[in-house]
Design a protein around this ligand. Structure first.
Ligand code: HEM
Length: 452
């Protein structure tokens, strides 16, 4: 497979005055993005009235992701999101980000992930033990509850009160929907009107803040823990020696939970759907999980025996990367893919676009876990697999997510097979994340759930 593509820059056709390509990005984003490599390695589009370049070539994407000082977080949508998320890890500029990342990275080291994996096992057991033979489930919804509980308990501490976890679970959806709307449709003062939707959003924000503030106060009262909340409470600014404020800590925790549930739930839901459509792949997963688990709950010790399941996850992340586009902005005059870019140029990269280039992944719309035989995502040519981004802004939760998805898929598949209604279809939904929308499937037991 060759990754050498001549360097070219171009312009996307079909832009409208003022709107640019906003309509194409809104109405058929994946088709629009996939059409861009035909116009160059770096393709100019209009995001509303703002020009931006889409990076279509892996080497250029790699350079952009790994030089985070020159290509910093920023861009039109991003700046609106910053107003709502404060200066938390994904939002922080280069300098501030380095310090924040150092404070939080220990929470994602392998010894911590071992502890989170226990929570993952408990929550998958809780979910699968509630299913009944013949029950019809909205799989995406069910998995969203699963991953939200896992990430909330992992981030806030496994022993977090069930009421606090339930409160986060109930309010977060409303908050995230509200934020997405405010970023994509910036109607300013209209969001301050006392409409039912605005009031619902504000109430959900208050409940979410109260639940997380309660956990912060508990940890402050008994310091010295080794969870993320305790790490953030102990962090001191390099220059000033000042601790983080409670509001900063709350922002970090909310963003961490927000980034870590819909992404993994959607990927797992895509995986179950794809397996239901590819009986040969499903049979291979079943053979593997029956050999390795025989009905019990998967733990990190099983990962070496779950190589096919892991290939399924890689392939899902390639075909349907939950984070489908992100922006950057140049902090100085620079050159990318042979083009001079002045300071302040907005850039956009899309894992979906790069991972559907047929030169890199032949027949890219075909679900083929065997593409990953003999290689993992780290050994691919640079910039070709960017579902978790790259460089020092790479997803901090990548190992967490990969282990969670592998263990959850394996445990579900050793106990249950899930079947969509005959003739039903799946439509990819593109919002803040890429997801399969509502997926109704019927549970059939493979082995007794209580065997776990
Ligand atoms: C399938 C699952 C996931 C996918 C596909 C995914 C994808 C990504 C991507 C592409 C980025 C980089 C964005 C950019 O380049 O601008 C990112 C960043 C981030 N992700 Fe994930 N993510 C996943 C799961 C998680 C989980 C489970 C957590 C937390 C437990 C998490 C927390 C974060 C955070 C905090 C950042 C910002 C990192 C930084 O700027 O240093 N993600 N994620």
């Amino acid at each position: 497979m060759s990754t050498t593509i001549p360097s070219r820059t171009g312009k996307a056709p079909g832009g409208w005055p003022l709107l640019g390509h906003a309509w194409q990005l809104h109405s058929r984003p994946l088709e629009f993005l996939s059409s861009l490599p035909a116009h160059g390695d770096l393709v100019r589009i209009g995001m509303g009235p703002w020009p931006a370049y889409v990076v279509c070539e892996p080497d250029a994407a790699h350079r952009m992701l790994t030089d985070s000082r020159t290509f910093d977080k920023g861009g039109p949508f991003f700046d609106k999101a910053r107003v709502l998320f404060g200066s938390s890890l994904p939002m922080a500029g280069w300098q501030e980000h380095r310090w924040q990342r150092r404070q939080m990275q220990p929470a994602f080291q392998s010894d911590r992930i071992e502890k989170y994996a226990v929570v993952m096992g408990e929550e998958v057991d809780r979910m699968t033990s509630r299913w009944r033979p013949g029950q019809r489930l909205d799989v995406t919804d069910t998995l969203t509850t699963l991953t939200l509980r896992i990430v909330t308990r992992s981030v806030l501490g496994a022993e977090a009160q069930d009421e606090a976890v339930a409160e986060v679970q109930e309010s977060l959806h409303t908050v995230i929907d509200g934020i997405y709307q405010r970023v994509m449709l910036p109607l300013g003062p209209l969001y301050r009107l006392p409409t039912p939707a605005n009031r619902r959003y504000r109430r959900a924000c208050e409940r979410l803040h109260r639940a997380i503030d309660g956990i912060i106060a508990e940890r402050r009262a008994s310091p010295g823990g080794d969870d993320l909340v305790s790490m953030l409470l102990a962090a001191r600014n390099d220059d000033t020696g000042e601790p983080m404020t409670d509001v900063d800590i709350r922002d970090q925790l909310m963003v961490m939970i927000g980034a870590g549930f819909e992404t993994t739930a959607n990927s797992l839901a895509f995986a179950l759907w794809l397996l239901s459509q590819h009986p040969e792949a499903e049979a291979q997963v079943h053979a593997e999980v029956d050999r390795t688990l025989a009905g019990r709950t998967a733990t990190t010790k099983d990962l070496d025996g779950l190589t096919y399941t892991r290939r399924v996850i890689n392939e899902v992340l390639r075909m349907y990367p939950a984070g489908w586009f992100f922006t950057r902005v140049t902090t100085t005059d620079t050159t990318l893919a042979g083009r001079r870019l002045p300071k302040g140029t907005a850039l956009l990269y899309s894992a979906y676009l790069l991972q559907h280039r047929p030169e890199l992944f032949p027949d890219p719309d075909r679900f083929d876990p065997d593409r990953w035989i003999g290689q993992n995502t780290d050994s691919l040519p640079r910039g070709t697999f960017v579902s978790f981004g790259g460089g020092n802004r790479k997803c901090i939760g990548d190992q967490f997510a990969l282990i969670e998805m592998t263990l959850a898929l394996a445990t579900v598949c050793t106990r249950w097979s899930l079947h969509p209604d005959p003739g039903s279809t799946m439509t990819v939904q593109v919002r803040g994340t890429l997801g399969p929308g509502s997926l109704i499937m019927t549970c059939r037991p493979r082995s007794k759930p209580e065997e776990g």
